[in-house]
Design a protein around this ligand. Sequence first.
Ligand SMILES: Cc1cc2nc3c(=O)[nH]c(=O)nc-3n(C[C@H](O)[C@H](O)[C@H](O)COP(=O)(O)OP(=O)(O)OC[C@H]3O[C@@H](n4cnc5c(N)ncnc54)[C@H](O)[C@@H]3O)c2cc1C
Length: 393
Amino acid sequence: MATTTTLILGAGFGGIVAANALRRQLPPEHRVVLIDKALHFYIGATKPWVMLGHKSVSEISCSREALNGRGIEFLHANVRRIDLARGEVTTDRGVQRGDYLVIALGADYDMSAIPGLGDTAHEFYTLEGAVRLCAALRVFSRGDLVVLVPRAPFKCPPAPYEAAMLMHQAFKERGVRDNVRIALHTIEGAPMATAGAEMGRFMREQLASRNIDYHPARNTTGIDGKHRTVQFEDGSAAHFDLLVSVPPHVAPKVVRDAGLTNASGWIPADPKTLKVASDSAFRAVYAIGDVSVVPLPGRHKADVPLVLPKAGTIADAQGLAVASQIAAEVLGRPAETFGGVGTCYIETGDRHAVRGEGQFYALPHPVMSATPPDRAQYEGKLAWIGDWLRANL
Ligand SMILES: Cc1cc2nc3c(=O)[nH]c(=O)nc-3n(C[C@H](O)[C@H](O)[C@H](O)COP(=O)(O)OP(=O)(O)OC[C@H]3O[C@@H](n4cnc5c(N)ncnc54)[C@H](O)[C@@H]3O)c2cc1C
Protein backbone atom coordinates (compact mmCIF):
# COMPACT_ATOMS: atom_id res chain seq x y z
CA MET A 1 0.00 0.00 0.00
CA ALA A 2 1.42 3.43 -1.00
CA THR A 3 1.82 5.86 1.87
CA THR A 4 -0.26 9.02 1.88
CA THR A 5 -0.07 12.55 3.27
CA THR A 6 -3.14 14.33 4.56
CA LEU A 7 -2.85 18.08 4.97
CA ILE A 8 -5.26 19.53 7.52
CA LEU A 9 -5.41 23.34 7.45
CA GLY A 10 -6.45 24.84 10.78
CA ALA A 11 -5.92 23.20 14.17
CA GLY A 12 -9.14 24.33 15.79
CA PHE A 13 -12.03 22.19 16.92
CA GLY A 14 -12.56 20.41 13.62
CA GLY A 15 -8.93 20.15 12.49
CA ILE A 16 -7.66 18.73 15.79
CA VAL A 17 -10.42 16.10 15.94
CA ALA A 18 -9.88 15.12 12.29
CA ALA A 19 -6.10 14.79 12.83
CA ASN A 20 -6.45 12.65 15.96
CA ALA A 21 -9.11 10.40 14.42
CA LEU A 22 -7.10 9.89 11.24
CA ARG A 23 -3.95 9.18 13.24
CA ARG A 24 -5.81 6.50 15.21
CA GLN A 25 -7.06 4.83 12.01
CA LEU A 26 -4.08 4.96 9.64
CA PRO A 27 -0.79 3.04 10.07
CA PRO A 28 2.12 5.30 11.16
CA GLU A 29 3.76 5.48 7.71
CA HIS A 30 0.84 7.63 6.52
CA ARG A 31 1.53 11.28 7.35
CA VAL A 32 -1.02 13.52 9.07
CA VAL A 33 0.14 17.15 8.84
CA LEU A 34 -1.83 19.74 10.81
CA ILE A 35 -1.09 23.42 10.15
CA ASP A 36 -2.09 26.44 12.26
CA LYS A 37 -0.79 30.00 12.50
CA ALA A 38 -1.38 30.09 16.27
CA LEU A 39 0.60 28.06 18.78
CA HIS A 40 -2.08 28.06 21.46
CA PHE A 41 -5.56 26.56 21.34
CA TYR A 42 -8.54 27.89 23.32
CA ILE A 43 -12.00 26.34 23.45
CA GLY A 44 -14.56 28.95 22.32
CA ALA A 45 -16.95 27.87 25.05
CA THR A 46 -14.46 29.05 27.69
CA LYS A 47 -14.25 32.63 26.39
CA PRO A 48 -17.30 33.77 28.42
CA TRP A 49 -15.40 32.69 31.55
CA VAL A 50 -12.57 35.07 30.59
CA MET A 51 -15.12 37.81 29.86
CA LEU A 52 -16.45 37.41 33.43
CA GLY A 53 -12.99 37.16 35.01
CA HIS A 54 -13.69 33.60 36.24
CA LYS A 55 -10.66 32.20 34.36
CA SER A 56 -7.38 33.70 33.20
CA VAL A 57 -6.09 33.26 29.64
CA SER A 58 -3.36 30.87 30.80
CA GLU A 59 -5.95 28.68 32.55
CA ILE A 60 -7.88 28.03 29.33
CA SER A 61 -5.03 27.71 26.81
CA CYS A 62 -3.13 24.63 25.59
CA SER A 63 -0.05 24.42 23.37
CA ARG A 64 -0.67 22.72 20.05
CA GLU A 65 2.88 21.31 20.18
CA ALA A 66 1.42 18.52 22.35
CA LEU A 67 -0.08 17.13 19.13
CA ASN A 68 3.39 16.03 17.95
CA GLY A 69 3.42 13.52 20.81
CA ARG A 70 0.32 11.92 19.28
CA GLY A 71 2.02 11.13 15.96
CA ILE A 72 0.57 14.19 14.23
CA GLU A 73 3.01 16.56 12.52
CA PHE A 74 1.98 19.96 13.85
CA LEU A 75 3.33 22.81 11.73
CA HIS A 76 3.12 26.26 13.30
CA ALA A 77 2.73 28.27 10.09
CA ASN A 78 0.48 30.71 8.30
CA VAL A 79 -1.26 29.27 5.22
CA ARG A 80 -0.74 31.81 2.43
CA ARG A 81 -2.01 29.98 -0.64
CA ILE A 82 -4.06 26.89 -1.52
CA ASP A 83 -3.27 25.64 -5.02
CA LEU A 84 -5.79 22.93 -5.87
CA ALA A 85 -4.48 22.40 -9.43
CA ARG A 86 -0.98 21.61 -8.15
CA GLY A 87 -2.14 19.81 -5.01
CA GLU A 88 -0.08 22.03 -2.74
CA VAL A 89 -0.35 24.52 0.06
CA THR A 90 2.07 27.41 0.51
CA THR A 91 2.83 28.55 4.04
CA ASP A 92 5.25 31.10 5.44
CA ARG A 93 7.39 28.07 6.35
CA GLY A 94 7.48 26.41 2.95
CA VAL A 95 5.33 24.42 0.55
CA GLN A 96 3.42 21.28 1.61
CA ARG A 97 2.17 18.67 -0.86
CA GLY A 98 -0.49 16.13 -0.01
CA ASP A 99 -2.88 13.47 -1.24
CA TYR A 100 -5.87 14.60 0.83
CA LEU A 101 -6.75 18.15 1.87
CA VAL A 102 -8.99 19.03 4.80
CA ILE A 103 -9.81 22.74 5.12
CA ALA A 104 -10.74 23.62 8.70
CA LEU A 105 -9.68 27.27 8.82
CA GLY A 106 -12.72 28.57 10.73
CA ALA A 107 -14.05 32.11 10.37
CA ASP A 108 -12.30 35.47 10.52
CA TYR A 109 -13.84 38.61 12.01
CA ASP A 110 -14.31 41.89 10.18
CA MET A 111 -15.29 44.71 12.54
CA SER A 112 -14.73 47.17 9.66
CA ALA A 113 -17.79 45.71 7.87
CA ILE A 114 -20.01 48.12 9.82
CA PRO A 115 -19.08 51.82 10.02
CA GLY A 116 -18.05 52.80 13.54
CA LEU A 117 -18.26 49.28 15.00
CA GLY A 118 -14.53 48.69 15.44
CA ASP A 119 -14.02 52.03 17.23
CA THR A 120 -16.86 51.71 19.71
CA ALA A 121 -17.83 48.10 20.36
CA HIS A 122 -16.44 45.50 22.71
CA GLU A 123 -16.55 41.84 21.71
CA PHE A 124 -15.88 38.52 23.43
CA TYR A 125 -15.26 36.37 20.33
CA THR A 126 -11.48 36.87 20.53
CA LEU A 127 -9.51 36.24 23.68
CA GLU A 128 -8.07 39.76 23.63
CA GLY A 129 -11.61 41.10 23.26
CA ALA A 130 -12.86 39.02 26.19
CA VAL A 131 -9.99 40.32 28.39
CA ARG A 132 -10.77 43.96 27.46
CA LEU A 133 -14.49 43.46 28.01
CA CYS A 134 -13.82 41.93 31.42
CA ALA A 135 -12.06 45.14 32.49
CA ALA A 136 -14.90 47.29 31.10
CA LEU A 137 -17.61 45.23 32.83
CA ARG A 138 -15.85 45.49 36.19
CA VAL A 139 -16.32 49.28 36.23
CA PHE A 140 -19.70 49.43 34.46
CA SER A 141 -22.36 50.06 37.11
CA ARG A 142 -25.02 52.21 35.50
CA GLY A 143 -26.57 52.89 32.09
CA ASP A 144 -27.51 51.14 28.86
CA LEU A 145 -25.77 47.91 27.89
CA VAL A 146 -26.51 46.87 24.31
CA VAL A 147 -25.65 43.37 23.08
CA LEU A 148 -25.63 43.52 19.28
CA VAL A 149 -25.74 40.85 16.58
CA PRO A 150 -25.28 42.92 13.43
CA ARG A 151 -24.68 40.15 10.87
CA ALA A 152 -25.35 36.44 10.35
CA PRO A 153 -24.07 33.79 10.17
CA PHE A 154 -21.98 33.81 13.32
CA LYS A 155 -20.45 31.00 15.33
CA CYS A 156 -22.25 29.53 18.31
CA PRO A 157 -25.81 30.85 17.75
CA PRO A 158 -26.62 30.92 21.50
CA ALA A 159 -23.42 32.85 22.43
CA PRO A 160 -24.87 36.42 22.44
CA TYR A 161 -27.90 35.26 24.46
CA GLU A 162 -25.65 33.39 26.86
CA ALA A 163 -23.40 36.46 27.20
CA ALA A 164 -26.38 38.72 27.97
CA MET A 165 -27.59 36.32 30.69
CA LEU A 166 -24.11 35.98 32.19
CA MET A 167 -23.63 39.75 32.28
CA HIS A 168 -27.05 40.07 33.95
CA GLN A 169 -25.88 37.62 36.62
CA ALA A 170 -22.56 39.45 37.12
CA PHE A 171 -24.36 42.80 37.61
CA LYS A 172 -26.80 41.13 40.02
CA GLU A 173 -23.94 39.72 42.09
CA ARG A 174 -22.34 43.18 42.23
CA GLY A 175 -25.66 44.67 43.34
CA VAL A 176 -25.89 47.04 40.35
CA ARG A 177 -28.38 45.19 38.14
CA ASP A 178 -31.21 47.66 38.91
CA ASN A 179 -29.03 50.50 37.53
CA VAL A 180 -28.27 48.73 34.22
CA ARG A 181 -30.70 48.32 31.33
CA ILE A 182 -29.78 45.38 29.08
CA ALA A 183 -31.10 45.14 25.52
CA LEU A 184 -30.23 42.63 22.80
CA HIS A 185 -30.64 43.77 19.19
CA THR A 186 -30.17 41.17 16.47
CA ILE A 187 -30.48 40.79 12.75
CA GLU A 188 -31.96 37.31 13.31
CA GLY A 189 -35.72 36.84 13.14
CA ALA A 190 -35.66 34.67 16.29
CA PRO A 191 -33.02 33.30 18.68
CA MET A 192 -31.28 30.19 17.28
CA ALA A 193 -33.75 30.18 14.41
CA THR A 194 -32.28 27.11 12.66
CA ALA A 195 -32.80 25.01 15.79
CA GLY A 196 -36.54 25.68 15.66
CA ALA A 197 -39.42 27.38 17.43
CA GLU A 198 -39.06 25.59 20.77
CA MET A 199 -35.49 26.84 21.32
CA GLY A 200 -36.51 30.34 20.22
CA ARG A 201 -39.41 30.40 22.69
CA PHE A 202 -37.22 29.02 25.44
CA MET A 203 -34.57 31.66 24.87
CA ARG A 204 -37.05 34.54 24.76
CA GLU A 205 -38.54 33.36 28.06
CA GLN A 206 -35.09 33.20 29.62
CA LEU A 207 -34.34 36.77 28.50
CA ALA A 208 -37.71 38.10 29.65
CA SER A 209 -37.36 36.50 33.09
CA ARG A 210 -34.12 38.47 33.50
CA ASN A 211 -35.60 41.72 32.26
CA ILE A 212 -33.41 41.70 29.13
CA ASP A 213 -35.15 43.48 26.25
CA TYR A 214 -35.11 41.57 22.99
CA HIS A 215 -35.30 43.23 19.55
CA PRO A 216 -35.17 40.78 16.60
CA ALA A 217 -34.94 41.52 12.85
CA ARG A 218 -32.83 44.67 13.30
CA ASN A 219 -30.37 45.33 10.53
CA THR A 220 -27.51 47.48 11.81
CA THR A 221 -26.29 50.11 9.36
CA GLY A 222 -23.73 51.86 11.53
CA ILE A 223 -22.62 53.04 14.95
CA ASP A 224 -22.63 56.72 15.87
CA GLY A 225 -19.79 56.87 18.37
CA LYS A 226 -20.38 60.57 19.19
CA HIS A 227 -24.02 60.10 20.22
CA ARG A 228 -23.44 56.52 21.39
CA THR A 229 -26.18 55.00 19.29
CA VAL A 230 -26.58 51.95 17.07
CA GLN A 231 -28.37 52.90 13.84
CA PHE A 232 -30.77 50.46 12.20
CA GLU A 233 -32.02 50.20 8.64
CA ASP A 234 -35.63 51.03 9.63
CA GLY A 235 -34.45 54.44 10.88
CA SER A 236 -34.58 53.54 14.58
CA ALA A 237 -31.61 53.79 16.94
CA ALA A 238 -30.54 52.29 20.27
CA HIS A 239 -28.58 54.27 22.85
CA PHE A 240 -25.70 52.55 24.61
CA ASP A 241 -23.23 53.35 27.35
CA LEU A 242 -21.53 50.01 26.76
CA LEU A 243 -21.79 48.20 23.41
CA VAL A 244 -20.94 44.50 23.11
CA SER A 245 -21.14 43.14 19.58
CA VAL A 246 -20.76 39.80 17.85
CA PRO A 247 -18.14 40.57 15.17
CA PRO A 248 -19.26 40.19 11.53
CA HIS A 249 -17.79 36.88 10.26
CA VAL A 250 -16.03 36.22 6.94
CA ALA A 251 -14.24 33.19 5.51
CA PRO A 252 -10.43 33.49 5.80
CA LYS A 253 -8.92 35.39 2.85
CA VAL A 254 -6.81 32.40 1.78
CA VAL A 255 -9.92 30.33 0.93
CA ARG A 256 -11.62 33.26 -0.80
CA ASP A 257 -8.48 33.84 -2.87
CA ALA A 258 -8.42 30.15 -3.85
CA GLY A 259 -11.91 30.52 -5.36
CA LEU A 260 -13.32 27.96 -2.93
CA THR A 261 -16.26 30.03 -1.62
CA ASN A 262 -19.68 30.39 -3.24
CA ALA A 263 -22.19 33.27 -3.12
CA SER A 264 -22.76 32.60 0.60
CA GLY A 265 -19.12 33.56 1.23
CA TRP A 266 -18.27 30.09 2.63
CA ILE A 267 -17.03 26.80 1.13
CA PRO A 268 -19.93 24.61 -0.03
CA ALA A 269 -19.52 21.06 1.29
CA ASP A 270 -21.53 17.90 0.78
CA PRO A 271 -23.89 17.40 3.78
CA LYS A 272 -22.80 13.80 4.44
CA THR A 273 -19.23 13.52 3.17
CA LEU A 274 -18.10 17.17 3.56
CA LYS A 275 -16.38 16.80 0.19
CA VAL A 276 -15.80 19.94 -1.85
CA ALA A 277 -16.51 19.65 -5.56
CA SER A 278 -13.30 20.82 -7.22
CA ASP A 279 -10.91 20.19 -10.07
CA SER A 280 -7.91 19.30 -8.03
CA ALA A 281 -4.65 17.38 -7.97
CA PHE A 282 -5.59 16.25 -4.44
CA ARG A 283 -7.39 12.89 -4.34
CA ALA A 284 -10.14 14.58 -2.34
CA VAL A 285 -10.75 17.99 -0.76
CA TYR A 286 -12.98 18.42 2.31
CA ALA A 287 -14.22 21.51 4.18
CA ILE A 288 -15.37 21.19 7.79
CA GLY A 289 -16.55 23.47 10.58
CA ASP A 290 -17.10 27.20 10.45
CA VAL A 291 -15.40 27.70 7.06
CA SER A 292 -17.99 25.51 5.31
CA VAL A 293 -21.61 26.02 4.33
CA VAL A 294 -23.85 22.96 4.33
CA PRO A 295 -27.46 23.16 3.10
CA LEU A 296 -30.10 21.46 5.26
CA PRO A 297 -32.77 19.19 3.75
CA GLY A 298 -35.58 20.56 5.95
CA ARG A 299 -37.07 24.02 6.46
CA HIS A 300 -39.23 25.82 9.00
CA LYS A 301 -40.68 28.11 6.31
CA ALA A 302 -41.08 26.92 2.71
CA ASP A 303 -39.33 29.97 1.25
CA VAL A 304 -36.43 30.15 3.73
CA PRO A 305 -33.62 27.64 3.06
CA LEU A 306 -31.43 26.72 6.01
CA VAL A 307 -27.77 25.89 6.51
CA LEU A 308 -25.94 24.14 9.34
CA PRO A 309 -25.09 26.42 12.26
CA LYS A 310 -21.45 27.12 13.04
CA ALA A 311 -20.49 25.32 16.26
CA GLY A 312 -17.58 23.44 17.77
CA THR A 313 -19.54 20.23 18.28
CA ILE A 314 -20.51 20.24 14.61
CA ALA A 315 -16.90 20.83 13.50
CA ASP A 316 -15.93 17.97 15.82
CA ALA A 317 -18.46 15.51 14.34
CA GLN A 318 -17.51 16.54 10.82
CA GLY A 319 -13.82 16.00 11.63
CA LEU A 320 -14.63 12.43 12.70
CA ALA A 321 -16.60 11.80 9.50
CA VAL A 322 -13.86 13.14 7.23
CA ALA A 323 -11.18 11.09 9.00
CA SER A 324 -13.32 7.98 8.56
CA GLN A 325 -13.69 8.66 4.85
CA ILE A 326 -10.01 9.24 4.20
CA ALA A 327 -9.05 6.13 6.20
CA ALA A 328 -11.72 4.12 4.37
CA GLU A 329 -10.38 5.14 0.99
CA VAL A 330 -6.78 4.42 1.98
CA LEU A 331 -7.55 1.10 3.69
CA GLY A 332 -10.34 -0.02 1.34
CA ARG A 333 -13.18 -0.29 3.88
CA PRO A 334 -16.61 1.32 4.42
CA ALA A 335 -16.76 4.89 5.67
CA GLU A 336 -18.93 6.72 8.18
CA THR A 337 -20.68 9.93 7.19
CA PHE A 338 -21.84 13.02 9.09
CA GLY A 339 -25.40 12.69 10.40
CA GLY A 340 -26.20 16.33 11.10
CA VAL A 341 -26.25 16.09 14.91
CA GLY A 342 -24.85 18.88 17.06
CA THR A 343 -25.14 19.67 20.76
CA CYS A 344 -24.72 22.91 22.62
CA TYR A 345 -24.46 24.04 26.20
CA ILE A 346 -25.95 27.41 27.05
CA GLU A 347 -24.90 28.88 30.39
CA THR A 348 -27.64 30.88 32.06
CA GLY A 349 -25.65 32.14 35.08
CA ASP A 350 -25.19 30.99 38.70
CA ARG A 351 -23.52 27.76 37.50
CA HIS A 352 -26.63 26.67 35.61
CA ALA A 353 -26.79 25.61 31.97
CA VAL A 354 -28.99 24.02 29.34
CA ARG A 355 -27.90 21.27 26.97
CA GLY A 356 -29.58 21.18 23.60
CA GLU A 357 -29.17 18.42 21.06
CA GLY A 358 -30.02 19.38 17.50
CA GLN A 359 -31.02 16.97 14.74
CA PHE A 360 -30.24 19.28 11.84
CA TYR A 361 -30.91 16.80 9.03
CA ALA A 362 -34.36 15.91 10.40
CA LEU A 363 -37.41 16.33 8.17
CA PRO A 364 -39.58 18.27 7.65
CA HIS A 365 -37.34 20.64 9.67
CA PRO A 366 -34.45 20.56 12.17
CA VAL A 367 -35.39 19.93 15.80
CA MET A 368 -33.79 20.89 19.09
CA SER A 369 -35.36 20.89 22.51
CA ALA A 370 -34.23 22.13 25.90
CA THR A 371 -34.98 21.26 29.51
CA PRO A 372 -34.96 24.04 32.14
CA PRO A 373 -31.46 25.14 33.22
CA ASP A 374 -29.90 23.33 36.16
CA ARG A 375 -26.58 22.62 37.88
CA ALA A 376 -26.31 19.11 36.39
CA GLN A 377 -26.29 20.45 32.84
CA TYR A 378 -23.63 23.01 33.84
CA GLU A 379 -21.53 20.15 35.23
CA GLY A 380 -22.15 18.44 31.88
CA LYS A 381 -20.50 21.38 30.09
CA LEU A 382 -17.45 21.16 32.36
CA ALA A 383 -17.20 17.40 31.73
CA TRP A 384 -17.55 17.89 27.97
CA ILE A 385 -14.65 20.39 27.90
CA GLY A 386 -12.44 18.22 30.15
CA ASP A 387 -13.14 15.06 28.13
CA TRP A 388 -12.51 16.86 24.83
CA LEU A 389 -9.14 18.17 25.98
CA ARG A 390 -8.04 14.80 27.37
CA ALA A 391 -9.04 13.04 24.14
CA ASN A 392 -7.50 15.51 21.75
CA LEU A 393 -4.54 17.48 23.18
C1 LIG B 1 -17.63 33.01 22.67
C2 LIG B 1 -17.80 31.70 21.96
C3 LIG B 1 -18.46 30.66 22.60
C4 LIG B 1 -18.64 29.45 21.95
N1 LIG B 1 -19.26 28.44 22.60
C5 LIG B 1 -19.43 27.25 21.97
C6 LIG B 1 -20.06 26.16 22.63
O1 LIG B 1 -20.46 26.27 23.80
N2 LIG B 1 -20.21 25.00 21.96
C7 LIG B 1 -19.78 24.85 20.67
O2 LIG B 1 -19.94 23.77 20.11
N3 LIG B 1 -19.17 25.87 20.02
C8 LIG B 1 -18.98 27.05 20.64
N4 LIG B 1 -18.36 28.08 19.98
C9 LIG B 1 -18.07 27.94 18.53
C10 LIG B 1 -16.80 27.18 18.27
O3 LIG B 1 -15.71 27.77 18.97
C11 LIG B 1 -16.50 27.19 16.77
O4 LIG B 1 -17.67 26.88 16.06
C12 LIG B 1 -15.43 26.14 16.49
O5 LIG B 1 -14.21 26.56 17.04
C13 LIG B 1 -15.28 25.92 14.99
O6 LIG B 1 -14.26 25.01 14.76
P1 LIG B 1 -13.39 25.09 13.42
O7 LIG B 1 -12.42 23.98 13.49
O8 LIG B 1 -14.26 25.20 12.24
O9 LIG B 1 -12.64 26.51 13.50
P2 LIG B 1 -11.68 27.06 14.64
O10 LIG B 1 -11.81 26.28 15.90
O11 LIG B 1 -11.92 28.52 14.71
O12 LIG B 1 -10.22 26.78 14.05
C14 LIG B 1 -9.76 27.43 12.89
C15 LIG B 1 -8.25 27.48 13.00
O13 LIG B 1 -7.70 27.92 11.75
C16 LIG B 1 -6.57 28.71 12.02
N5 LIG B 1 -6.29 29.55 10.85
C17 LIG B 1 -7.13 30.44 10.26
N6 LIG B 1 -6.54 31.00 9.18
C18 LIG B 1 -5.30 30.44 9.09
C19 LIG B 1 -4.22 30.58 8.17
N7 LIG B 1 -4.28 31.42 7.13
N8 LIG B 1 -3.11 29.84 8.37
C20 LIG B 1 -3.03 28.97 9.43
N9 LIG B 1 -4.02 28.80 10.32
C21 LIG B 1 -5.14 29.52 10.14
C22 LIG B 1 -6.96 29.51 13.24
O14 LIG B 1 -5.82 29.96 13.96
C23 LIG B 1 -7.77 28.48 14.04
O15 LIG B 1 -7.00 27.81 15.01
C24 LIG B 1 -18.14 29.29 20.62
C25 LIG B 1 -17.44 30.33 20.00
C26 LIG B 1 -17.26 31.52 20.66
C27 LIG B 1 -16.49 32.62 19.99
